[in-house]
Design a protein. Structure first.
Length: 207
């Protein structure tokens, strides 16, 4: 049996659809349960940012998580097996409409919950940045002059538009990846590779 950590929300729902096709049976979390057991799989429902941690420490053999989360927590050593092509989004730099970030300032302030991605992006451009970590309502920061701009995840960009913000640059495009614990990969290699092949076939048919 393989234990798989899924992030709460849309990616979990889309992931379970893929697994349902593999076993030809609907898989769904009921009520507020956090553990779902099937004959071949045990699914854990966790916070998006916690998926790599569950996998790294072996609480889960596998996980499904966005590439943005993997890049933000790149110090966590897991095996990236497959881009599932679901949960697509972009990590962008944004600013107040009509008031773009002034890169001539000695140091700009950027609000984000993705501090590592932000720091790396601006450091590669030799731009001094004061990164302000927020846990929510990122879009508010430029509107109240807390920051010159933001780094955030967007799917359609509508939320930013509704808050009078514009997308200045795309840092990276992200989708959900199947990841594995290193020890589990070798101990359960046949089962994991079989699952990887089945998922590949389903993704190929979808395309």
């Amino acid at each position: 049996m393989l234990t798989i950590a899924l992030p709460k929300g849309r990616i979990a729902d889309e992931s379970l659809i893929l697994f349902s096709k593999i076993i030809n049976k609907e898989i769904i979390f009921l009520d507020r349960k956090l553990v779902l057991e099937d004959k071949d799989y045990t699914f854990l429902l966790v916070r998006n940012q916690d998926v790599p941690t569950y996998v790294y420490y072996g609480a889960a053999d596998l996980g499904i998580v966005g590439l943005d989360v993997l890049e933000e927590h790149n110090e966590i050593d897991v095996i990236r097996l497959l881009d599932l092509g679901i949960g697509k989004c972009k990590v962008v730099v944004g600013s107040k409409c009509g008031n773009p970030i002034n890169y001539l300032k000695p140091c700009i302030r950027i609000a984000t919950k993705m501090t590592n991605i932000t720091q790396k992006f601006f450091s590669t451009r030799a731009i001094a940045v004061d990164v302000i970590k927020l846990y929510g309502s990122i879009e508010l920061a430029p509107l109240v002059n807390l920051a010159d701009g933001i780094v955030d995840i967007v799917e359609t960009g509508n939320t930013m538009k509704q808050n009078n913000l514009q997308i200045d640059e795309v840092i990276m495009e992200s989708s959900a990846y199947l990841i594995a614990n290193t020890n589990s990969f070798f101990a359960k290699k046949d089962s994991i590779l079989s699952l990887q092949t089945n998922l590949k076939n389903i993704i190929y048919i979808k395309k």
